[in-house]
Structures are given as C-alpha cells and as structure tokens.
Write a protein that binds this ligand. Structure first.
Ligand SMILES: Cc1cc2nc3c(=O)[nH]c(=O)nc-3n(C[C@H](O)[C@H](O)[C@H](O)COP(=O)(O)O)c2cc1C
Length: 286
C-alpha cells in the first residue's frame, strides 16, 4: 500500500508542533518543500508512516538525562493531552496523571523509585494512576455523553449503551466484599458460557487488569508523544507504591500503574543494546 503523505503547513518564524528542530531530531524524510515567497508560508510534505516509524524506533528507555538542557514542560502537557485520546476499556477512563515538577517533589519521588538514575536525573516525572474507585463518575460521564445533543448515535444503539453503563458497568466495577460477588459472577459466566461465547474476565482481579491495560496504553501514547517532540522517557515500576500513594494522598483502592521520567536523554542514558525476539518467534497466523 502506498505510504500516506501529509502536507504540514507552517508560517516562517512561527513555531508549530512540527518545528524545524523536531524535523531534524526525528530525521523525517521531507518529500517536498514549497515556500510561498509572498506570504512566507512553507508547505512541507512528509511521509507520515516514516515519521511514525522514526518515533517508535528512536524511543528508548533513557536512564540518564541532560540536566543542563533547556526543558520545555509544555511538551508534557501536550503529550498528556494526546494520552487522554488513548483507547481505553468502555471509555471509562479510570486513570489519573500526577505531574512531579518541583525540585523537592522530584527528589522525594526519585527516593521512592529507589534512587534510580532514570528518576534522579529527570526533568519531570509523571505518575500514571489507575482509579477503579471512580467508576460511578465514569458511568455518569458516559451516560451524559449518550444524551448529549452532538451525539449522532442511532436510538437503538443509545438504549443498548444506556443499559450497558447502568447495568454491566455497575456490576463489573462494584465493590466486591470478600470476593463473594466475583465467585457468583464467575459461576454465572460459566453456565451462560456453556451455551454461547461470553466474556470470562469478570472477577475483581480481572477488573484491575482491565483498568491497568488502559492506563498502560495511555502511558505508551505519552512516551511516543514525548519522543515525537524531541525528548525522552523511561517507564518505571521499580518504586515503593505504598510510600508513593501516601505522598500523592491517594486512597487505598487507587493503584500506581507506572512512573514515567521525562527529560533530554544523554547518549550514556542508553544502558543496553536493544534486542527483541525475532518476528517469526512471536507472531503467529491462522
Ligand atoms: C512496565 C514497565 C516497567 C519498567 N520498569 C523499569 C524500571 O523500574 N527501571 C528501569 O530502568 N526500566 C524500567 N523499564 C524499562 C524496560 O527495562 C525497557 O523498556 C526494556 O528493557 C526495553 O528497552 P527499551 O525501552 O529501551 O526498548 C520498564 C518498562 C516497562 C514497560
């Protein structure tokens, strides 16, 4: 299939998401560059897939950042805005993001990350949090969206989705005393499953996995967005979650998915060569 080409429009001197600095840092192949001398507009034609490929292949987990490099914290805001667009289970968005920016906060969080250099040298850290306890707010958010005037959905789809959020989501996310409800749901699913296909992951543990999957997808969008803007990241799960939660004043039911450090990576920040299992070993076809 032909690669998709896109024309990016820029005005000379006015910075845009695709600033020349970013074009250089991601080594985008510029297909065509047209400058309109009258308006000083530049049209740059780039191969969108190549840009994406550059971003994905150049992202590495960076463990030492350049603390002298000018750090533009706006890139984190922009990256988090894009992370919010990540796919997530039933659009429940049971996530929160805590930006760690001040010197004292960064020192504290680096300490909770057991003084890993990826945390200690970071310009900023973002804590990705799963919030199963906020499911009622999310259900209401989705019900409101169904009723909103700009919703173009057909009436039968609306009523199906109303039922889905009111019944299924409430059942799936509701509090489970001593796993008893999970057991009941598991049994119900077993019997229904004898007759037809059904989602089997209905327990309290499955609920956590569901939410963490979505938070991790947001984390990946975030890391790629940071890389696309010329900065680097390191995802971390090596931290003291209890201390971290207490510091962020999070309730017991909240869970930290991962902490991502951000900064301008130094060459010595890449600790290992990147090796992956070959395609044939992990990709299967039927
Ligand atoms: C969920 C998760 C947790 C991770 N935790 C840490 C960590 O605590 N410290 C660290 O230095 N790297 C951590 N990493 C980074 C991985 O080691 C790294 O992604 C992997 O070795 C592949 O290297 P690459 O990211 O450069 O391609 C983590 C990555 C993921 C996805």
């Amino acid at each position: 299939m032909d690669n998709l080409y896109k024309v990016f429009h820029m005005q000379l001197g006015i910075s845009n998401i695709f600033t020349p600095q970013i074009l250089i840092c991601t080594r985008i192949r510029v297909k065509k560059l047209i400058i309109d001398k009258k308006t000083l507009n530049i049209n740059i034609m780039v191969d969108v897939f190549k840009v994406f490929e550059e971003v994905v292949t150049n992202r590495r987990s960076i463990r030492v950042y350049d603390q002298e490099f000018f750090y533009d914290s706006e890139i984190v805001k922009k990256s988090l805005e894009l992370a919010l667009l990540s796919p997530n289970s039933s659009n429940m968005q049971l996530w929160e993001f805590y930006r760690i920016r001040t010197k004292e906060a960064k020192e504290k969080v680096a300490y909770f990350c057991m003084d890993q250099s990826a945390a200690k040298t970071a310009s900023e850290l973002v804590v990705f949090v799963a919030r199963p306890d906020k499911y009622k707010k999310s259900i209401q958010f989705n019900l409101d969206t169904i009723e909103s005037p700009e919703n173009f959905e057909k009436e039968n789809s609306k009523s199906r989705r109303r039922l889905y959020y009111k019944k299924v989501m409430n059942l799936f996310y509701s509090y489970d005393f001593l796993f008893l409800f999970s057991l009941l749901k598991k049994m119900l699913v077993f019997f229904i499953g004898l007759k037809r296909p059904i989602v089997r992951e209905v327990t309290v543990v499955n609920k956590k996995v569901t939410i963490h999957k979505s938070v991790a997808l947001a984390a990946q969008t975030f890391m790629l967005a940071v890389k696309a803007q010329g900065y680097d990241t390191c995802p971390m799960e090596g931290f003291d979650s209890k201390r971290m939660k207490r510091y962020l004043k999070l309730p017991a039911k909240a869970e930290i998915n991962m902490i991502i450090s951000v900064g301008k990576g130094l060459p010595e920040g890449i600790f290992y060569i990147r090796k992956r299992f070959p395609y044939q070993e992990v990709v299967f076809e039927k």
